[in-house]
Design a protein around this ligand. Structure first.
Ligand SMILES: Nc1ncnc2c1ncn2[C@@H]1O[C@H](COP(=O)(O)OP(=O)(O)OP(=O)(O)O)[C@@H](O)[C@H]1O
Length: 437
């Protein structure tokens, strides 16, 4: 057991400087994990602590916390505990709500790796559970043995994932270890328990290796998912990056296009959009004329199409940003996107006019904004200019305006005001507005 655990730690690159925290429920799996980690620590020299989450759901929750604290005191390990509040009527279900609260609490531990006691039977049960609920390839990958640290978040290790539940329990008995039994593990109202106690045992007589076979299948799904991610990254690059070029994107077939949008959604930190919503979005993207702007709901995200680009953004449109001075930076962030200022000749804003200004700043458009686009033409209203330029209502609130000493000189998607426009051959600055970073 400690050998298998040490192997996983070595593969993850755990060294003497690493800080590990064992997520300790007090059940047999995490108690075994804790002991195996103690032994591995003697060899590898990493720092080890343990953390327990008190959900307040079981009448025994205080005893479990006390058990975990005592165990760590006996092993001489630093111990952390968290009390979380879980609503019994949570719409996502009690089990899922407890899990979400637990993971949020454990995420607060200052460490490099959180170690969990999941084993091979958990893996098989997770895969079946997800398949029964119609999961896709990514969900069918179930749990990874290692999820590296990312974005300041601790990594996750599951050092027992290759081992059967019975072997772990046997090891605990041989060592004379004590652990607690969570009565909810026997409650058939939880779908996972039903899979564990009724469904897997019913399959085993016909397929004795069902558990390791399912765990292996999860590994195949994981590989397939990784390949799909690689394909999405290649497709994104071929379509010009995050803001996808419409023509190139729509040349992809539906499955590949949906794969790319799902991948972008995950990278955006959102849940993958549902199959139906994606299918509807693709239908509209393909069925709408290229110049027609679109903003389609994909749940937490919106899929936007405008001027030859297609991109995902938060469904809640960005609030108009506060004015910000422009002091010659090549690019300023703006409402989830940016405004870049590129040197030009005979195009964009006159550099000389800009240099004459004392205060240059990017501002959201003010109500009543009017611009004179040509010297011999009257000033025109913002609404009028937006209509003419085909700027949809959902983009207008975040449209950037460059002001020179309080006078609008340029408006994103519309162009330069006549008094600031560059003459032929003159040095200029061409602002470019991108709606997404
Ligand atoms: N109350 C808890 N406090 C700390 N760690 C816990 C607690 N409950 C579970 N864990 C950790 O999570 C592992 C898996 O526990 P369990 O199988 O009960 O959870 P799960 O809901 O199936 O998994 P997951 O939380 O990863 O979705 C345990 O071995 C342990 O490492």
């Amino acid at each position: 057991m400690p050998g298998a655990v040490a192997g996983v730690l070595a593969r993850a690159g755990v060294t003497s400087g690493s800080r590990l925290c064992c997520c300790l429920s007090g059940g047999v799996d995490s108690v075994v994990l804790l002991h195996a980690l103690c032994e591995a620590r003697d060899g590898l020299g990493f720092t080890l602590s343990a953390a327990h989450v008190h959900h307040g759901l079981s009448p025994h929750a205080d005893d479990w916390l006390a058990f975990c604290r005592d165990l760590c005191a006996r092993l001489g390990l630093p111990f952390l505990s968290f009390r979380v509040a879980v609503r019994r009527d949570d719409p996502q279900g009690l089990e899922a709500a407890a899990r979400a609260a637990r993971h949020a609490a454990l995420a607060q531990v200052a460490c490099d790796w959180l170690a969990f006691g999941h084993h091979q039977d958990d893996q098989a049960e997770t895969l079946l559970f997800r398949l029964f609920r119609g999961t896709g390839v990514r969900g069918a990958a179930a749990m990874a043995e290692m999820e590296p640290p990312a974005d300041g978040r601790a990594g996750r290790l599951r050092p027992l994932l290759g081992l059967r539940r019975a072997r772990i329990a046997a090891w605990a008995r041989e060592r004379g270890l004590a652990w607690i039994e969570d009565e909810s593990n026997a409650d058939p109202r939880f779908a996972r328990n039903d899979i564990r106690h009724r469904i897997v045992p019913a399959i085993e007589p016909a397929f004795p290796a069902v558990v390791p076979v399912l765990a292996r299948a999860a590994g195949h799904f994981r590989e397939a998912g990784e390949l799909l991610d690689q394909l999405a990254a290649l497709d994104e690059a071929a379509c010009g990056g995050t803001m996808l070029e419409r023509d190139a994107l729509l040349r992809l077939d539906d499955a590949r296009l949906a794969n790319l949008l799902r991948w972008q959604a995950r990278r955006h930190g959102a849940a993958a959009p549902s199959r139906n919503r994606l299918a509807e979005a693709l239908r509209q993207l393909r069925g709408t004329a290229a110049q027609h702007p679109l903003r389609l709901s994909l749940g937490a995200l919106a899929c936007c199409a405008y001027r030859g680009r297609i991109w995902l953004e938060d469904a809640e449109p960005p609030v108009p940003p506060a004015p910000q001075p422009w002091c010659g930076e090549p690019r300023l962030p703006w409402a989830g996107g940016w405004v870049a200022f590129a040197p030009a000749v005979g195009a964009g804003l006159s550099r000389a006019m800009l240099e004459r200004g004392a205060a240059l700043r990017l501002v959201p458009r003010a109500s009543g904004l009017r611009l004179r686009m040509a010297a011999d033409r009257p000033r025109r209203s913002f609404k009028n200019l937006c209509q003419e330029a085909g700027i949809p209502a959902w983009l207008r609130e975040r449209l950037p305006v460059l002001e020179v000493d309080g006078v609008p000189a340029w408006a994103g998607g519309i162009g330069c005001a006549a008094g600031f426009a560059c003459a032929p051959g003159e040095a200029g600055i061409e602002p470019v507005w991108r709606t997404r970073a």
